[in-house]
Write a protein that binds this ligand. Structure first.
Ligand SMILES: NC(=O)c1ccc[n+]([C@@H]2O[C@H](COP(=O)([O-])OP(=O)(O)OC[C@H]3O[C@@H](n4cnc5c(N)ncnc54)[C@H](O)[C@@H]3O)[C@@H](O)[C@H]2O)c1
Ligand SMILES: [Mg+2]
Length: 343
């Protein structure tokens, strides 16, 4: 222990702080958000996710499927030069994260450039975000979704909602300030509660008319102003299916870029097994049904939407693994497994 204390003491004398790499990463990101010059410098050696009118750039992965295309600053500058555009376009990027070795990551919409020309120069393809979600592996969904959300927020907040005058972004894109009133605007997310309701034996899933055929998902709803997540869950379940939640517990969360930018807060809830009669209200849901463990297990193992010519039961499928609704279903199935094992 003595030598460890000595190393700690000496490193402090030398000004080196024994932070974990995570803490260093987060401190670096914070500095880039607060210091425009540091962020401008980081742009010159950063990595970039490109979008064309909000459609992310993907490329074919060697092992099959698609990955988010990650370009280096020099690649982006090269593309801009070849297309006769000013390299300053790089400064329109937004900071979305940084790697463990402190390479800053940015998202940049090149909607002003010719789509096909950029695709050809990058060897990739711009794909609509919803479609991209089905093509990308799980680890790419979060940065692509974050980059998309930030670009969209800036594109729709160029003017102050208080006086209609222009707002100016900081270099990182973590805020915009109205130049006249000095009001600061921050990127916003709408909180949404998503809940898997069970009666101990079955779980309740529902369909909106806009869902693709056969897709059922957990109940979800935007939080009203002033509500807690618990209140939203109880209200949404009562509103949408006419049931009263007995107990609920939080399990996880997810950023969701649809319809704009939401923070999905995921919960499990139970209703009294004696009161499971569903009654729909309004036009939001076209159907809500109870599903057995076997039905859900089958849908989870079949994966996402049924592909043409594939077997399985196209009349029931559930959101794919990148959606938190899928996580709720996995957790419920795992819990049922334990209940059976412990019986
Ligand atoms: N990631 C997942 O697994 C998953 C699964 C299901 C739903 N979702 C998402 O949850 C979100 C909410 O679900 P829902 O549609 O059932 O919500 P909902 O039941 O609250 O109904 C939507 C309606 O709420 C109103 N509304 C209130 N505040 C709003 C806001 N800030 N933004 C948009 N509309 C608002 C609108 O009238 C809208 O038509 C959807 O965007 C959906 O994409 C995600
Ligand atoms: Mg809803």
């Amino acid at each position: 222990m003595r030598w460890a204390a000595q190393i700690l003491f000496r490193s402090r004398l030398l000004g080196w702080r024994p932070y974990s790499s995570y803490v260093s990463q987060m401190r670096y990101l914070l500095r880039l958000k607060e210091d425009d010059e540091a962020c401008q410098l980081a742009l010159q050696s950063g990595s970039f996710l490109l979008y064309h009118r909000l459609a992310p750039l993907l490329h074919k992965a060697e092992q099959g499927g698609y990955r988010a295309a990650i370009l280096q600053a020099a690649d982006v500058k090269g593309i801009l030069r070849k297309l006769d555009r000013d390299e300053q376009l790089l400064e329109e990027s937004f900071l979305i994260g940084c790697s463990e070795n402190q390479v800053a990551q940015f998202s940049l919409d090149v909607g002003g450039l010719e789509r096909e020309a950029v695709e050809e120069l990058c060897g990739g393809v711009f794909v609509d975000l919803k479609k991209a979600f089905f093509l990308l592996p799980g680890q790419d969904v979060s940065p692509v979704s974050r980059g998309h959300a930030l670009i969209h927020w800036h594109q729709t907040h160029s003017y102050s909602s208080a006086n209609g005058l222009p707002t100016k972004r900081n270099q990182a894109g973590s805020q915009r300030v109205c130049q006249t009133s000095r009001i600061t605007y921050y990127p916003q997310m709408a909180p949404v509660a998503i809940v898997l309701v069970t009666d101990g034996r079955q779980c309740l899933l529902a369909r909106q008319p806009s869902f693709p055929r056969g897709l059922y998902s957990a109940l979800a709803g935007f939080c009203d102003m002033g509500e807690t997540v618990e209140e939203t869950v109880r209200r949404e379940v009562a509103e949408e299916v006419g049931l009263e939640v007995q107990s609920l517990n939080y399990t996880g969360s997810q950023h969701w870029p649809f319809p704009h930018s939401s923070l999905m807060v995921a919960c499990h809830a139970t209703v009294n097994p004696g009161s499971t009669q569903v009654s729909l209200s309004g036009a939001e849901l076209e159907e809500a049904r109870w599903f057995s463990v076997a039905e859900v297990r089958g849908a989870l193992s079949r994966g996402g939407p049924p592909r043409r010519g594939e077997g399985g039961n196209p009349s029931f499928w559930v959101p794919p693994p990148f959606a938190v609704a899928n996580q709720l279903l996995q957790e419920w199935i795992n819990q049922q497994g334990h209940l059976v094992a412990g019986f």
